[in-house]
Write a protein that binds this ligand. Structure first.
Ligand code: SF4
Ligand code: SF4
Length: 175
């Protein structure tokens, strides 16, 4: 059985900036989450893992990678716990540990952020192409891509925002 890791409790608190220790497991967060049904661990369970310092169990869960950060859960929480911030902290710690339970989702995030850094906005066609190259899954969404192209939902060339330097400064600050 996994031992409690007090450093993990502290680190999740520090990175999330929220007091997950206040959670009394009422399940309101999970009840409001639109994605809970596809998560291996529900939002209230992730908070409980953080409280108990069960690092391995928490960091090997796919739930933080499926969370879209919509904040619905936090709005339901009677204790004002910022649940998506806890999910963020767990994603960061999984990346630092070098074992990412959902590598495809991680790669997708990286491509989106890379596009924002290059152009100040997303260039969907390039994101799709780069993501396909990384995952080496070339044909699974081919029909969708062609449909989007034919409906002019995908632009061939990227366009840059005017104040791209500001965006790059933000990336630098975030480290
Ligand atoms: S809504 Fe808040 S108090 Fe209730 S289980 Fe979720 S995190 Fe805990
Ligand atoms: S922020 Fe994440 S955990 Fe909370 S409701 Fe949205 S998807 Fe669910």
């Amino acid at each position: 059985m996994e031992k409690i890791d007090p450093n993990f409790i502290r680190e999740v608190t520090r990175r999330s900036g929220t007091l997950h220790s206040r959670c009394y497991n009422c399940l309101a967060c999970t009840s409001g989450c639109q994605f809970a049904h596809i998560m291996d661990r529900k939002p209230h369970e992730m908070i409980r893992l953080a409280q108990l310092g069960l690092k391995n169990e928490a960091l090997s869960a796919s739930a933080p990678w499926l969370c879209v950060g919509c904040n619905t859960c936090s709005m339901e929480c009677p204790n004002g716990i910022n649940i998506p911030a806890v999910m963020d902290a767990m994603r960061e710690l999984a990346i630092i540990r070098g074992k990412i339970p959902e590598p495809d989702i991680y790669n997708f995030h990286k491509e989106i952020l890379g596009s924002v850094k290059r152009y100040g906005r997303t260039h969907k066609l390039e994101i799709m192409m780069r993501y396909k190259l990384v995952t080496r899954d070339f044909f699974s969404d081919m029909d969708l891509g062609l449909r989007m192209l034919s409906r002019r939902k995908l632009h061939i060339l990227p366009s840059r925002i005017r104040h791209l330097r500001d965006i790059r400064t933000l990336f630098k600050k975030a480290g």
